[in-house]
Design a protein around this ligand. Structure first.
Ligand SMILES: NC(=[NH2+])NCCC[C@H](N)C(=O)O
Length: 651
């Protein structure tokens, strides 16, 4: 018995040891679990950044980032740093995206999150210097194959040097596979409502802006791989059609058999408006026509179609010249849906009577929508509410983007609030964005008008662009060098390219001055400058003739200027991603301008070919540099294409 009793202390000790061992194991397990969790988190972030991680399981020490055309170095670094912050300071609240910026004098990229972290730590009573924080972040950064080396400056900036080898591989991938993104795993249906002029009214410079910006946005989303529906929400419905139809019936009673000569619809519109305001009998008939049109009386529908056709042909001319594709789905498309949405809002008790009008409030807006006018007619608000519902429910949109002048921002703001209030729009499922833009000004800084004060006709504006572009090319003696066909191509590429670029290169929310002189200047940040830069790169490659080189040689990135160019090129996907968030196409313009100027620096400093001074014959080709030229041309061509600018091989 005693012997048994003697063993008890030993047993207790053993049990204690086992307990300790268990806790130790448990701690270890927890540690591993938490490390695992962090690694999974890092993986998730990298995947979200469009980065494939190849050796997820086998080797967590070095992250190998798969080479592909749309690698976003900036997002990769942001994700690495935000993960390092979470590892180093797990108790710190989420600090959002750490500040990582490109192109400082001291490094390829720089992260200055340390200062922000210091402040947050200080608030918690912990006093550490940014330098100490930065060092801790670097320790927790882990290794990634896009990073060559990292160091910390005295003030706590983290400097990152990228791996030339890795960037060379990525650029090589682009050379081989072209600049084409991989199919998206989260492809979205994106509806872009743009251009949207009004029937019987002139398409003006405001619509030109919407057309140019909208077309480019479509191209951005399509390029990335989304399913884009381009919609032209034409103003083709409403009371004004009553007046137009009434006048058509008066003026051209045989309109059903003979096509009426109403080329100048605007004049026609003005005339009908005068009659509508002065002639009571006409006014009555106009109203009657609206009712008949809305109830789809065949004669009235035919008259309406004729009128729309005239406008449509005019709009189409502009779209063809500017290479814009868009599906017409005007307000008329929503007639029956408007009736339904009005019923729905009425039944759910959202409509309020206001002096005979039916209006709708949302809890936090200062003005209501007018859903039904006192004469029973529908409004711009009604058609937009019906269109929104149709786009969500029938088109199954994930994102809806409206490219309309900034003057209509309030309309879209209340539309959104009311649609949320009515349960039509659920912002957690469908993202609705208003992309507004400023006014086009003349060189006198006043609203862009003709000398006589009329709105500028877009067709004449484009014609003038063509003439000015040709003058410019002739002034440079290009007519003597280019064939007639080449000159024609150059002339349109320059004219329309300049008009588009001048619009897109400004922050869209600002007003901008329309000036042919400025936009055709080949020295500034203009389309002409970019087009020249690209044709120059192409001619460097083409002049090689039989010296065309092997793609398999490594792209040369050793010279400072080569390296600078590579880094500039690889900002492409970062720029596109940004545009899908803030819809500002000037980021892409700035990118292209930066690429072109950086290319020129490279070309001025690095020989690509050597020629014999005696014979002028090529004696040496620096293939690695020629490949850098080729890949630059690929990025520039793709970028210009997204801006809707045609490139040429000679100009
Ligand atoms: N869904 C929309 N409201 N799109 C914009 C329409 C623009 C309108 N037709 C105008 O000229 O001002």
């Amino acid at each position: 018995m005693d012997a048994i009793l003697d063993t008890i202390p030993q047993l207790i000790k053993d049990i204690e040891q086992l307990e300790d061992f268990k806790t130790e194991k448990e701690n270890e397990r927890q540690l591993l679990e938490s490390q695992n969790q962090k690694l999974r988190y890092r993986l998730k972030l990298l995947k979200e950044a469009g980065v494939e991680v190849s050796n997820e399981e086998s080797n967590m020490d070095l992250l190998n980032i798969e080479e592909h055309a749309m690698i976003n170095l900036h997002s990769v670094l942001i994700n690495l740093f935000s993960n390092a912050i979470k590892t180093a300071y797990p108790t710190l609240e989420d600090i959002g995206q750490p500040a990582v910026s490109a192109g400082s004098k001291f490094a390829d990229y720089q992260c200055n999150a340390s200062m922000q972290i210091c402040k947050l730590l200080k608030a918690k009573g912990e006093n550490v210097s940014p330098n100490v924080v930065a060092k801790k972040l670097v320790e927790c950064l882990g290794q990634c194959d896009i990073i060559e080396k990292v160091d910390v400056s005295g003030q706590g900036f983290i400097n990152v040097w990228l791996s030339r080898d890795k960037l060379r591989k990525i650029l090589h991938y682009v050379l081989e596979h072209k600049l084409m993104p991989k199919p998206l795993s989260n492809r979205e249906k994106v509806i872009i409502d743009f251009s949207s002029p009004n029937v019987a009214k002139e398409m003006h410079v405001g619509h030109l802006r919407s057309t140019i910006i909208g077309e480019s946005l479509c191209r951005v989303f399509e390029f990335i791989g989304h399913d884009v529906l381009r919609l032209n929400h034409i103003g083709d419905w409403g009371t004004q059609f009553g007046m137009l139809i009434a006048l058509l019936q008066d003026k051209f009673p045989d309109y059903k058999t003979v096509s009426p000569p109403i080329n100048d619809l605007q004049q026609f519109y003005k005339q009908s408006k005068v009659l509508f305001d002065s002639d009571l009998e006409f006014k009555k008939r106009a109203y009657d026509c609206v009712v008949k049109l809305q109830s789809m009386s065949p004669d009235h529908v035919q008259a309406w179609k004729l009128i729309c056709d005239v406008s449509r042909k005019e709009f189409q001319k502009i779209y063809e010249r500017l290479n814009v594709s868009i599906i017409e789905r005007g307000e008329s498309f929503y007639q029956s849906r408007m009736e339904n949405v009005v019923k729905e809002l009425e039944n759910k008790g959202f409509l309020e009577n206001d002096d005979g009008r039916k209006i709708m409030w949302s809890p936090d807006s200062s003005i209501p929508l007018t859903i039904v006018k006192s004469d029973g007619g529908f409004t711009y608000d009604t058609s937009d509410m019906a269109a929104l519902k149709q786009r969500i429910e029938e088109e199954k949109a994930d994102r809806i983007i409206y490219v309309v002048d900034a003057g209509q921002s309030v309309h879209f703001e209340i539309l959104k609030k009311c649609a949320i209030h009515a349960g039509i729009l659920d912002p957690s499922k469908v993202r609705m964005d208003f992309v507004g833009f400023g006014v086009v000004l003349g060189e006198d800084k006043k609203k862009f008008k003709t000398r006589s004060g009329d709105t500028v006709r877009l067709v004449s504006l484009l014609d003038e662009g063509i003439k000015r572009a040709r003058d410019k090319l002739v002034e440079k003696g290009r007519d003597k060098v280019l064939t007639d066909e080449e000159l024609k191509l150059a002339e349109t590429a320059v004219a329309y390219g300049c008009i588009k670029y001048a619009d897109l290169c400004h922050n869209r929310s600002h007003d901008y001055v329309f000036s042919f002189d400025k936009m055709l200047d080949d020295k500034g940040n203009t389309a002409v400058y970019l087009l020249y830069a690209l044709t120059r790169i192409r001619s460097i490659i083409n002049n090689l003739g039989t010296h065309t080189q092997d793609l398999n040689e490594p792209i040369s990135l050793d010279h400072d200027k080569e390296w600078k160019l590579a880094k500039s090129l690889l900002r492409f996907s970062e720029v596109l991603l940004k545009i899908t968030e803030d819809f500002c196409l000037h980021h892409l313009c700035e990118y292209l301008y930066d690429v072109a100027t950086t290319f020129n620096e490279f070309y001025d400093n690095c020989y690509c070919i050597e020629k014999s001074p005696q014979t002028g014959e090529i004696v040496k080709v620096y293939t690695g540099r020629i490949l850098l030229c080729k890949v630059t041309a690929e990025y520039m061509d793709t970028g210009l294409n997204i801006l809707g600018i045609n490139t040429v091989s000679r100009m």
